[in-house]
Design a protein around this ligand. Structure first.
Ligand code: PEP
Ligand code: MG
Length: 765
């Protein structure tokens, strides 16, 4: 039996000999990818060791019939099995062979290298079970402690966690082998992971994450890495989020891998230069091509050179991407159970049900504790749980209070969780929204807002200035939602639905005529769901379709339904269409019900565009009342103030609605009689014109006079910061702007609020 294999002796088929990690490193060396040099102690060596020293029988005896749900017994068995391995004496011949291989490596690299000694189990990186991170790795090892580290890897096959995982996955303990990879250490200046295809299956996006120092910090979640996105079709670096990193793991001469402080001037910098990011992405695509499948890669960068230290197939990619994306969001995201959002956070894990405190030993780290109602004796188990779901209890129940204290996501008061959930099934608990989903989090496309927000906050990019005036954002594209939601914004002040519809590509009437109304609703809901979810619990003001006839006509089937108009800007558009084309408005109403009632996102509010008369508002309101939307305390009904009639009759209009949002684009065009799209009128079309400012003032002060909420979502405050000053002075409740001017606007608003306060104080003096 051969004990030592060099990487170049091995390929991906040698899983049994070299384990998953080793086989893939061999495969990559063969294909000439930059892998640090090294060798493998074969799994046969491990089997020989346990057989010769009769450990196989002894360990089997310890594990046979072990109840892995009994955490005390599991721990004890794990300790015993590991002790058997670490205290057994490895044969001097085998030890010598390993050390000789090390000497040869020394010869190859020209000096006695520090090595990484890495477990490579024969059951890891399999298509349906990654076993990721189950076994040990030892870093910065020298010849002196090399053999001991190899034995350490063997012993790590019997940690409580590994034993438990194998039982869950129905693997035979004694059949799983373990090879050990011994490889020259890369003392990386930065390192990280790369997904050659977005883990959610989003096409044309590669993801790279980077930290300073060794990559251990990323995998264990100790540090928030930089996050880069690259589009492989153009090699464009499409997104960069830099996280400030205060500590890093790196080599200490005497103590090995250790945490050090990152020097203050480096903390907030980008961990990998743009050009290197693209270089790495290109390398990743080559590896993906070599394997003919998307890869999850670990990389390390040292002294100007990039190394690949691991590659494995991404196992969670949806097979049929597009279909999966649609379904994942609307169908799979449909909560299976709803309750009270008792403790925020999202986590997934296997359901573990207990009747009372006498069963708390059953709860293991990472389980979702499901029970009727918690009591104080359950706290030790609640601490171990990834999440908590109860039948009973309210926001002030013990379960809710304690889980908030412990920082464990919890949904309480579901009424029948213990009845409808099954022992052992994987669920995702969203404690922020009070929802429970079936399946793993990564398959649900649950957004990562908290992490993203943390990342942005860490980056120092935010001012986080509190302002009394809300800063909202204009948003049209669902794919931007998570990124924009991580910024310092109070919600979406204008969701322009036309972009989602343009993406669907079909005229709504055509969809209805061809029996595809439900599909249309589903697609619209998918887009909106991504936005309300990312922004939850902040409000998202959805504006009903405001296509002009010429725009509608460009959708599939559009020419059948849209007349040619000489002046579409002032034509058949806005709220009046919702009344006349009631069948089309019904699509939006059904979408609203889906999102607000089925999915439970009550942060979706409605705004009607291009209101011309009070009668229009009344008609719309009667439809909404009929449909059961109006009259809910958590539903708000807004209209756009963008036709001068609203400014002129603001007191009358204000009595009919919850709030206004000023469409300064249309309002300017109609106040000045200057077509907003006509370049010959560009210099006349100016929101700073006194007549336009007068209209803004009338609307804002008029709305406030009537106790009505008032915002603005036209371009004016995004383009002309000086207009923001007026808006605050007149008493605007919020300004909704483009995502790129959030910071600037918040600052101006804060300054103006102080200035107005100061002026008022002086006036009183
Ligand atoms: C506006 O008119 O200012 C507005 C926000 O709406 P749109 O630009 O979509 O017409
Ligand atoms: Mg408008």
């Amino acid at each position: 039996m051969k004990r030592i294999y060099w990487f170049y002796d091995i390929n991906k088929k040698n899983l049994n000999v070299a384990g998953g990690k080793g086989a893939n490193l061999g495969e990559m060396v063969k294909a000439k990818f930059p892998v640090p040099p090294g060798f493998i102690v074969s799994s046969g060596t491990y089997f020989e060791f346990i057989d010769k020293l009769h450990l196989r029988e002894k360990i089997s005896k310890i594990l046979d019939g072990l109840d892995v749900d009994d955490s005390a017994k599991l721990q004890e068995a794990a300790k015993k099995a590991q002790k058997l391995i670490t205290s057994a004496k490895i044969s001097p011949k085998v030890a010598k062979e390993i050390e000789e291989a090390y000497d040869e490596l020394t010869h190859t690299v020209g000096e006695a290298p520090l090595v990484a000694v890495r477990s490579s189990a024969t059951a890891e990186d399999l298509p349906d079970a990654s076993f990721a991170g189950q076994q040990s790795t030892f870093l910065n090892i020298t010849r002196n402690n090399l053999v001991e580290s190899v034995v350490g890897c063997w012993a790590s096959l019997f940690t409580a966690r590994a034993i438990f995982y194998r039982v869950q996955q129905k693997f035979d303990h004694m059949k799983v082998g373990i090879a050990v990879v011994i490889q020259k250490m890369i003392q990386s200046e930065s390192s990280g992971v790369m997904f050659t295809t977005h883990p959610t299956g989003e096409s044309d996006v590669m993801i790279i994450e980077a930290v300073y120092g060794l990559g251990e910090g990323i995998v264990s979640g100790m540090y928030t890495p930089d996050h880069y996105e690259v589009e492989p079709s153009s090699w464009n670096l499409s997104n960069k989020e830099i996280s400030s990193q205060e500590r890093m793991i790196t080599l200490d001469k005497t103590e090995g891998a250790k945490e050090f402080e990152v020097s203050p001037e480096k903390q907030a910098l980008q961990k990998l230069e743009d050009q290197k990011i693209i270089e790495l992405a290109k390398l990743g695509k080559k590896i993906e091509k070599h394997y003919s499948s998307p890869q999850d890669i670990e990389w390390a960068y040292e002294k100007g050179k990039m190394y690949i230290v691991q590659s494995r197939a991404v196992t969670t990619l949806p097979k049929d991407r597009k279909r999966h994306e649609d379904e994942a969001i609307v169908k799979m995201m449909k909560p299976f159970l709803k309750g009270l959002a008792a403790s925020p956070g999202i986590a997934d894990g296997p359901v573990n049900m207990i009747k009372d405190a006498s069963e708390i030993d059953k709860i293991k780290n990472g389980d979702v504790l499901v029970t009727g109602m918690t009591n104080p004796d359950m706290v030790p188990a609640m601490k171990r749980a990834a999440a908590i779901v109860t039948n009973e209890g309210g926001m002030t129940s013990h379960a809710a209070i304690v889980s908030r204290e412990l920082g464990v996501p919890a949904v309480v008061g579901t009424k029948n969780a213990t009845k409808v959930l099954k022992q052992g099934e994987i669920i995702t608990v969203d404690g922020k929204r009070g929802m429970v989903y079936k399946g793993e989090m990564k398959n649900l496309l649950i957004s990562k807002v908290p992490e993203e927000a943390k990342r942005e906050a860490n980056s120092g990019a935010h001012t986080w200035i509190p302002t009394a005036t809300k800063i909202m954002v204009n948003l049209a594209s669902p794919s931007e939602a998570v990124r924009v939601a991580s910024k310092d914004v109070d919600g979406v002040g204008l969701l322009r639905a036309e972009f989602i519809v343009a993406d669907i590509g079909v005229h709504p009437k055509e969809a209805i005529a061809t029996g595809k109304k439900d599909e249309f609703i589903e697609k619209l809901a998918t887009g909106v769901a991504q936005i309300v979810e990312a922004f939850w619990p902040r409000p998202v003001i959805y504006r009903s379709f405001d296509f002009k006839t010429n725009e509608y006509r460009s959708l599939k089937g559009g020419d059948k339904y849209e007349h040619h108009e000489n002046n579409p800007m002032m034509g058949y558009r806005g709220a009046m269409r919702a009344i006349v084309d009631r069948d089309v408005f019904d699509i939006e109403i059904k979408m609203f019900k889906k999102i607000r009632e089925e999915l439970g996102f009550k942060n979706l509010w409605l705004m009607m565009p291009f209101i011309r008369t009070i009668e229009e508002i009344r008609e719309i309101k009667s439809i909404l009342k009929e449909e059961g939307l109006l009259g809910n305390r958590d539903f708000k009904f807004f209209v756009m103030a963008e036709v001068p009639s609203v400014a002129l009759m603001i007191d009358e209009f204000a009595k009919e609605v919850d709030g206004f949002s000023i469409g300064s684009n249309d309002l300017t065009q109609l106040t000045l009689g200057a077509d907003r799209d006509n370049e010959n009128l560009a210099s006349t079309f100016d929101e700073r014109d006194p007549a336009v400012l007068k209209s803004l003032e009338m609307i804002i002060t008029g709305a406030k006079r009537n106790g009505c909420y008032v915002s603005i979502c036209g371009q004016a405050p995004s383009v002309y910061p000086e207009i923001v000053e007026h808006l605050v002075r007149w008493g605007v409740d919020s300004v909704s702007i483009n995502p790129d001017v959030i910071e600037r606007t918040r600052k101006i608003v804060a300054q103006m609020e102080l200035k107005v306060l100061l002026e008022n104080t002086r006036k009183r003096e």
